[in-house]
Write a protein that binds this ligand. Structure first.
Ligand code: CP3
Length: 343
């Protein structure tokens, strides 16, 4: 296990060639993914079909030999399991029944009901831990409470997370109760993924950047710290990657303050800056702009080399700054991998 490259970087080792994987590596840019999704019926059915979810997780590993596989699921399965019903509108994105009042909140499910609903996800993890190549690390994940709450409160994705910010200022008690419930559910969800075989877990806080000042401390940092402390108490050897996306200068010290073993960076921060201010504390992950997977060419290669070089003085996991998009060219992914591995 200790010779898996991703685990070595997460343990703080500086490697000659960084391990590499990609957010949304199982996704619509791959024809084999689109075919399996079609077979499953739709995206959510694919998430809850353990055999097919494991199959799409394995597809990019077979095609590219990434150093890590990320469980195929979605951060919105937790609200779905809590009874905040989820569906996807083609071309638009997720929709959920909203939480606006204490009554809506009181109707949410608890305990075993939640985990019975998520049982197919745990089964996907078990299949993957049997079927992945021995050098590939299996990453489990969950959304961070703030990001998941923004979808539960608005009932959909919003450009500025306005409804969640509004509830936070208008009914702080209800807002705090939602964050608290999500924190507990996330601890249980990630624990069950680890019990099923996840070797690393990642916390996605995609909308952390819209929390400013004290709000960032209270709703990005504190819940991450609570979740990570609870996991570390039970699973001291399982590394945690935290992704407070668009955290800007709040990336500084985030790993130390939360106990995360690695801080994932989006591409709005410069790699040389992040090496100096964030990587000083430990492993970082990132941060090539995903647009290079669409445009390719010399710019992809030179930017990849620049990032690898900037982070070469410490532990680094190469990744994109955000998920790969459906219009990406699979050949550009290979070009990125070859550039990271062969210089
Ligand atoms: O990285 C991975 O490959 C692991 C699986 C994964 C998915 N979503 C699969 C997915 C992970 C880790 C996520 C995280 C996720 N989901 C986030 C946080 C990270 C981020 O991207 O900011 C968020 C905000 C969501 C919620 C979500 N899921 C949205 C807003 C959408 C629709 C947008 C879109 O890209 O269409 C999804 C759908 C989704 N989740 C897809 C995949 C592969 C595309 C669905 C499809 O096949 O039609």
């Amino acid at each position: 296990m200790a010779d898996k490259l991703l685990l070595r970087a997460l343990a703080g080792e500086t490697l000659d060639v960084p391990p590499i994987w990609m957010m949304r590596q199982a996704g619509r840019y791959l024809p084999e993914y689109r075919a399996t999704r079609e077979q499953a019926g739709d995206f959510l059915s694919l998430c809850y079909n353990s055999e097919l979810a494991a199959e799409v997780t394995l597809q990019p590993i077979r095609r590219y030999g990434f150093d890590a596989a990320i469980l195929f699921a979605d951060i919105l399965l937790i609200p779905d399991a809590l009874g905040n019903d989820l569906w996807f509108v083609t071309g638009e994105g997720p929709r959920l029944s909203t939480i606006e009042t204490a009554d809506d909140f009181a109707k949410l499910k608890d305990g075993d009901d939640v985990h019975d609903h998520l049982a197919p996800v745990y089964e996907t993890v078990r299949i993957l831990s049997r079927e992945l190549p021995k050098e590939t690390t299996l990453i489990g994940f969950a959304g961070a409470p703030w990001t998941v709450a923004t979808y539960m409160i608005a009932g959909k994705g919003t450009p500025d997370q306005g409804p969640a910010h509004a509830l936070k200022s208008e009914n702080r008690e209800l807002f705090d109760a939602i964050i608290d419930r999500l924190s507990e559910a996330t601890i249980a969800y990630l624990s069950a993924q680890i019990d099923a075989g996840a070797e690393v877990v990642k916390l996605f806080d995609s909308w952390a950047g819209s929390l400013k000042g004290q709000d960032f401390d209270d709703y990005a940092l504190a819940p991450a710290k609570r979740i990570i402390s609870a996991l570390k108490a039970k699973y001291p050897h399982i590394p945690v990657i935290a992704f407070p996306r668009e955290g800007g200068d709040r990336y500084i010290g985030f790993g130390r303050a939360t106990g995360a073993d690695c801080v994932a960076l989006d591409n709005s921060v410069d790699a040389a800056w992040a090496a100096e201010h964030v990587q000083v504390d430990g492993c970082v992950q990132g941060n090539l702009a995903s647009s290079h997977m669409v445009t390719g060419g010399d710019a992809l290669m030179s930017e990849t080399r620049r990032i690898v070089k900037a982070f070469s003085g410490g532990p680094h996991i190469f990744n994109l700054g955000h998920g790969i998009t459906p219009d990406a060219d699979p050949a550009n992914v290979q070009l990125m991998i070859d550039t990271v591995r062969n210089g």
